[in-house]
Design a protein around this ligand. Sequence first.
Ligand code: ADP
Length: 232
Amino acid sequence: LRDLAARQTRLAALTTLAAGVAHELGTPLGTIAVAAKELQRTAERLGADGFAVGQDAALIRQEADRCRRILDQMAGPAGSPPGEQPEPLAWEELASALRAALGPAEQARLDLRLPPGASGPVPREGLLRTLRALLGNAFEATSAQGRVSLSAEGTDGGWRIRIQDQGVGMSPEVLARAGEPFFTTKPPGGGMGLGLFLARTFAEELGGTLTLDSAQGRGTTVDLAWPEAPHG
Ligand code: ADP
C-alpha cells in the first residue's frame, strides 16, 4: 500500500510537470511539422534531385506525428482538461476530429465504423485524447500497411467503443502489466507508459470500463464500455 501511495504521489507530480512540458512543446512541434511539409513539397518539385530530401522530410513529419501523440498523452492527467463537462458527441464529429488529428498515412490505414447519432455524455477532449492514445498504440503495433479499426455501437442502455489491430499483440506477461502507470515496453522516448493507464482512468471516471484482449501475433482489442449513460 505504501508503494501504491508513493506511486500516486509520483504520478501526480509527474503529470503536472508533463502537462506543462507538453503545452510548451506543442507550438514548436507544430512549426516543425509545417516546415517539413513545405520541404516535402519543394523536394517534390525538384523531381529526382529532391528525392533524398523528400524522404528525409517525410521522416521528419512521421516522427513529428509520433511526438504529437506522446505530447497528447502527456497533456492531461485523466485525458480531460480540467472542468470539461460531459456532453453527447455526434459520431460524425468524432470521426472528423480523429481524422484531423491523424497524419495522411494513418488516416489511410484506419477503418472507422460509427453508427448514426451520438455517443453518451462524455467530455469531448478527454475522449479524443484517449482515442488518439489508443490508436497510436494500435498503429505502432501494426506494420506500415496494417489496418486499424475503430468502431462504436450502442449497447443495451449504454455504449461501447472498440479499437482493434492485427499487430504484434502482447505476451501474457505484457498483457498482465499493461495499464500499470509507467509500464512500457517501448524504448526510451517511445512512450511514457501512461496511455492505457490514463485511458482506463478516463473510462472509470465516467462509470465505465476498459478491457484488453491481446495475443502475440494475433493483435489487440481494446474495449471502452459504458454500461449506462454516465451522470454529470
Ligand atoms: P506506452 O504506449 O507509452 O508504452 P501504454 O500504457 O499505452 O504506454 O502501453 C503500455 C504497453 O502496452 C506498451 O508499451 C505495449 O507493450 C503494450 N501495448 C499497448 N497497446 C498495444 C497494442 N495495441 N498492441 C501491442 N501492444 C500494446
